[in-house]
Design a protein around this ligand. Structure first.
Ligand code: SF4
Length: 378
């Protein structure tokens, strides 16, 4: 697998909890598209020689770009790079920004998967999160997506929002399942340092839900989505059969991905790089003909092993043969006696040569991953 991530750094309005790089302005979009095209030229000149299996327009709000702008980018990409016939082309969309005409336009550009940031169907929760859309717009967005011919659609859902109850969460899940998305990403609200929400937390203006309620909500999410036929294949991700997100699997399988746009992070070979988290600094570098990388790091063998363990365990499991071939380690013997304990307690299964977390195991994913990584690296 080889992925390509493109970061679009514009939002109509910042959400209180969001720490992704984006600015509340659309006036620089035309210049951004021009600069992004130049960065793509630079990356292509550096050469990759790979066949891309997924492309992901993230942000920010990529659906603020006109289909002609998205089309000018996808056409340029096709001119420079090679893409698998079944390449997954995803675009993140805010339900408050879409029309049928726009969605049809994106479809014509080759986008074949949409990801809607729905988060909730409760007005109070959407207002708390500073979302620009309401529940009806989320319902309408899904209807328009199907009408435009999208057969692969994700919806994001948020839980543990202050003021939320198990009943409102159940209502959110019911309404989302009724819309029949192919994939659901369900995240607990995180208080990220530097966000307005974090400032409110420090000032005592918001109070997080108690940990046990958060855990109960996560359990509700897992059991409800599994009951509705969604397969959990990562801590926060659920898919209809055959609809796992290929781009995210590229990350979770520690496969390489190229990244362009301000603040974008890429990983090629054993090197991780990240672009400037500033539209002006990123633009300035690209326009001078330089790769706009703020920095990069080379991962050691031990870093790569730790990352492999963390990423695979939180997703679809640690394959014994793969770890043996890649790192020369027999995971079953190295993980004893913890492995026997995890299996007996129902946190881990050992099937088809793969150690996988169960629903209970996903709840303690960080603890198990840390211990496993320490044991394997030791
Ligand atoms: S729309 Fe998305 S990227 Fe923009 S501020 Fe909200 S959560 Fe962040």
């Amino acid at each position: 697998m080889f992925g390509l991530y493109l970061h679009v750094p514009f939002c109509q309005k910042k959400c209180s909890y969001c720490d992704f790089y984006s600015i509340e302005s659309t006036e620089h979009i035309a210049r951004f598209v021009d600069t992004l095209r130049r960065e793509i030229d630079l990356r292509a000149a550096a050469g990759t020689g790979h066949v891309f299996t997924s492309v992901f327009f993230g942000g920010g709000t990529p659906s603020l770009l006109h289909p002609d702008e998205i089309g000018s980018i996808t056409a340029l990409l096709r001119g420079h790079f090679t893409f698998a016939d079944d390449c997954e082309w995803t675009m993140e969309c805010n339900p408050g920004t879409v029309t049928l005409e726009r969605l049809q336009g994106y479809r014509r550009c080759g986008i074949n998967r949409l990801s809607f940031g729905v988060q909730s169907f409760q007005t109070s929760e959407l207002e708390f999160l500073d979302r620009i859309h309401d529940a009806d717009q989320a319902v309408e967005a899904m209807k328009l997506a199907r009408e435009a011919g999208f057969e692969n659609v994700n919806m994001d859902l948020m839980f543990a929002v202050p003021g939320q109850t198990i009943d409102t969460l159940r209502d959110n899940l019911r309404r989302m399942i009724e819309l029949n998305p192919d994939h659901i990403s369900a995240y607990s609200l995180i208080y990220e340092n530097g966000t307005p929400l974090y400032a409110d937390l420090l000032k005592g203006r918001v109070k997080p839900l108690p940990e046990e309620v958060d855990a109960e909500m996560y359990h509700t999410v897992i059991t409800t989505l599994r009951g509705a036929g969604y397969e959990q294949y990562e801590v926060s991700n659920f898919a209809r059969p055959g609809r796992r997100c290929r781009h995210n699997l590229t990350y979770w399988h520690a496969e390489p991905y190229l990244a362009v746009g301000p603040s974008a992070h890429g990983f090629v070979g054993t090197t991780r790089y990240w672009n400037f988290r500033s539209l002006s600094a990123w633009t300035e570098h690209v326009m001078k003909g330089a790769l706009p990388e703020a920095n990069h790091e080379h991962l050691s063998e031990s870093d790569l092993l730790t990352e492999h363990v963390f990423l695979h365990l939180r997703a679809d499991g640690l394959r014994a043969a793969e770890v043996s071939a890649r790192f020369g380690i027999d995971i079953r013997s190295k993980l004893q006696p913890d492995l026997t304990y995890w299996i007996e307690e129902g946190f881990v299964t050992d099937r088809d040569d793969t150690l996988s977390l169960t629903a209970e195991g996903y709840r303690v994913c960080d603890e198990i991953s840390s211990k496993a990584a320490a044991r394997l690296a030791g």
